[in-house]
Design a protein around this ligand. Structure first.
Ligand code: BEZ
Length: 261
């Protein structure tokens, strides 16, 4: 998923994403059920990626608009016959246009501009409209993150200022949504170790490319391999399968029917 321009060197190629991160959409079916889109409802899919989930929503009868910043992802979503648009999630251009805004695995990339994103989502919803989403929550990829920081630190590189993700606690997310005027119906934190069929090196290549790049082109591969080695005792099981230590933050909030004057 790609929603605004802070992705550094992340390769948001739709083909690669489908190959190495197909699980992202696969595991989001409970979120689709939580949204429960009704025929004819207008739904905005924020950070729609290649449109796999937008297509599921459309198959349930919703009129879906997907937005993503990556031209390649938008092209892949359009190839599915979807209304996909290249748009910055922090500059949403909609006024009371949707019955629901849906977002899976995209919001944690938007930390620096989250207030602009949430203000835009609020504006995009009709009064009474719902915002249903899932993102990384507090503790998400804690082991992976620690290994990345540790291996780069061995080379004298402090990667902390470059971390592209934000993983709020349920309490902090509830407050954040509330500060933007949403009525928060639920926020839950769900630990979900996630099997990586393509392995940890592929995960790092796809999602942590900008952090690996801090090591420079000559050291990049060695840094990645050291991270993989450091993680093996914690995140590779006895059968050799890799897991990402994911924690999902799942939420439902509404724009109130009646707003305070
Ligand atoms: C996540 O879905 O939690 C995630 C994906 C890529 C990078 C960081 C977190």
């Amino acid at each position: 998923m790609s929603v605004f321009g802070a992705e550094g060197e992340v390769d948001w190629s739709a083909e690669r994403y489908a190959r190495d991160a197909g699980f992202v959409a696969e595991l989001a079916r409970p979120l689709v059920d939580l949204l429960d889109p009704r025929p004819g409802e207008r739904v905005l899919d924020l950070g729609c990626g290649d449109g796999r989930l937008s297509a599921v929503l459309a198959a349930r009868g919703a009129r879906v608009v997907g937005i993503d910043l990556s031209p390649d992802m938008v092209a892949a979503a359009r190839a599915r016959g979807l209304d996909a648009r290249r748009m910055d999630a922090a500059e949403l251009d909609f006024e009371a246009a949707f019955d629901a805004v849906f977002s899976n695995a995209a919001l944690h990339w938007m930390g620096a501009r989250m207030d602009a994103v949430l203000a835009g989502v609020y504006r995009a919803l009709v009064p009474g409209g719902r915002f249903v989403g899932e993102m990384g929550g507090f503790g998400n990829i804690a082991a992976i993150l620690t290994a990345i920081l540790a291996v780069l630190d061995r080379r004298g590189i402090d990667a902390r200022p470059h971390l592209p993700w934000t993983f709020p606690t349920a309490e902090a997310w509830r407050r954040r949504l509330g500060a933007h005027g949403f009525r928060v119906a639920r926020v839950e934190s769900i630990p979900r170790p996630t099997r990586l069929e393509a392995g940890m090196a592929a995960w790092l290549d796809l999602f942590a490319a900008d952090l690996l790049a801090l090591a420079g082109p000559a050291a990049r591969a060695a840094v990645r391999d050291e991270i993989v080695e450091l993680l093996a005792p914690a995140l590779r099981d006895g059968d050799g399968y890799w897991y990402a230590d994911y924690v999902r933050l799942r939420f439902v909030a509404r724009r109130p029917e009646e707003e305070k004057a």
